[in-house]
Write a protein that binds this ligand. Structure first.
Ligand SMILES: O=C([S-])c1cc(C(=O)S)c[n+]([C@@H]2O[C@H](COP(=O)(O)O)[C@@H](O)[C@H]2O)c1
Ligand code: NI
Length: 413
């Protein structure tokens, strides 16, 4: 289960988000090829790796064939504003049609449209106009379409399961857009915050915008949990996506990619509790059971197992048992109901006595192999990690047992 953490100490925009994801290692050619499924032209992607404060990161930019006009969405209802030229405009319905007509995956289509709808609703509320009347300048809209769809494409390529974030930092003061001055956080961002618990901290020493409406729309669609950097998960990579504004400070979005592989976590307590969620299934086919087990394990269940049982009406059946963290009850209960035919689940919290554990790496003639070290009082057990041993056995064309024996020999020497 992969978790992406957004460390938004300098706010967030669409460009910063994509830059950071590319910096994490999303393949740019694959990214470009996926985006091409949108079937729109008039833009070029620009990506550059550079350093700020001696920290390397990525700047991503959508360069439009026609110069971007101004602002994001404009209202024809604004009596003080004149259009300088007859730009074609795109309403939310046009953007929905464009996304629907693309060959992007259904998931990416839905996610992207949700963000556009969120932003359009905020603009409609701020500028006091019906949602259908909100319209996007054709060129400005293209920038946003690429940013929004691009974020979901990159997240999909990274196989991210869950997005978490720090509190978001914004600047203060005012910015100038076509309509005049706008207070920071800008009105669309403030509007999107209504009814949510999205935390926004303001830096009074930065007199400009750090959170754009696109950035806020993406956060609102993606992030379900705000808080500090995850402590217990394994950090795989970090990336930096630079912002365009000169804020006088380090203007980047930092993203951290974590793997919540429970078996690889350091455990420093000898007691914990787990939740056992179960369902008796008497009308499930084998393929669905296998598929559900795969999904539950991928989603971070500690274990998933089947027990053959006999139920009422002489029906042979299967009991599906899931062990997970107590806080994950709703997520796994929903998954059981979604991926099996059960119409309810039962659960119980269980206390466990467990050995404290940490990992160390042993350098062997088959390469580095991680070893789990478990202890309880005077008792110490050391176990070579199966995944590492299996990988080494394949690479060196030897048996699993030979690799394990080599690790044990080194541990005991
Ligand atoms: O032009 C309009 S109406 C406009 C409205 C708002 C509101 O908050 S309302 C904000 N902006 C600013 O335009 C740029 C573009 O935003 P993206 O999300 O497309 O990057 C940004 O500075 C907004 O704050 C314009
Ligand atoms: Ni606006």
């Amino acid at each position: 289960m992969k978790t992406l953490y957004l460390d938004a100490f300098s706010g967030i925009s669409g460009d910063m988000f994509i830059g950071a994801l590319l910096d994490l290692g999303v393949d740019f050619d694959q990214f470009r090829a996926e985006l091409a499924k949108l079937n729109v032209d008039g833009y070029q992607l620009h990506v550059e790796r550079l350093s700020k404060s001696s920290i390397y990161g990525t700047r991503f930019d959508v360069q439009l064939t026609h110069e971007k006009d101004h602002g994001f969405i404009e209202s024809h209802h604004d009596p003080h504003h004149e259009h300088h030229h007859q730009d074609a405009v795109r309403h939310l319905s046009d953007i929905a049609a464009l996304i629907a007509a693309s060959t992007l995956s259904e998931k990416i289509k839905q996610q992207s449209l949700a963000v556009f709808t969120e932003i359009a609703k905020a603009e409609a509320a701020v500028h006091h106009m019906p949602l259908e009347a909100v319209h996007f300048h054709e060129v400005g809209a293209l920038d946003s379409i690429v940013d929004i769809v691009g974020c979901f494409v990159a997240l999909d390529l990274l196989k991210v399961d869950e997005v978490r974030a720090s509190e978001l930092t914004d600047g203060s003061g005012f910015i100038h857009v076509a309509h005049g001055e706008m207070p920071v956080p800008v009105p669309a961002v403030m509007q999107m915050r209504i009814g949510t618990n999205i935390p926004i901290k303001q830096r009074t020493d930065i007199q400009t915008e750090l959170i754009t409406p696109t950035g806020m729309g993406l956060v609102k669609a993606l992030v379900r949990q705000f808080g500090p950097i995850p402590e217990a998960q394994i950090l795989l990579k970090s990336g930096y996506g630079f912002g365009k504004r000169d804020t006088g400070a380090f203007n980047a979005l930092r993203v951290l990619l974590f793997d919540e592989k429970k078996s690889m976590q350091t455990v420093s307590s000898d007691q914990d509790s787990v939740l056992l969620i179960e369902a008796n299934l008497d009308d499930e086919d084998g393929e669905s059971l296998g598929f559900a087990m795969d999904l539950l394990l991928e989603a971070g269940a500690f274990d998933v197992f089947f027990t053959p049982i006999f139920m009422k009406k002489n029906r042979p059946a299967i009991k599906l048992s899931v062990l997970c963290a107590p806080a994950e009850r709703d997520r796994f209960a929903s998954m059981l109901m979604k991926h099996t035919r059960t119409i309810g689940v039962r659960y119980q919290r269980m206390q466990r006595v467990i050995m404290k554990r940490h990992f160390k790496t042993v350098e062997t003639r088959f390469g580095p192999i991680r070893v789990k070290v478990a202890s309880h009082g005077d008792l110490v057990k050391q176990m070579a990690e199966y995944d590492d041993c299996a990988k080494a056995a394949r690479e060196y064309g030897t048996s699993l047992e030979t690799v394990k024996q080599e690790v044990n020999r080194l541990l005991n020497s």
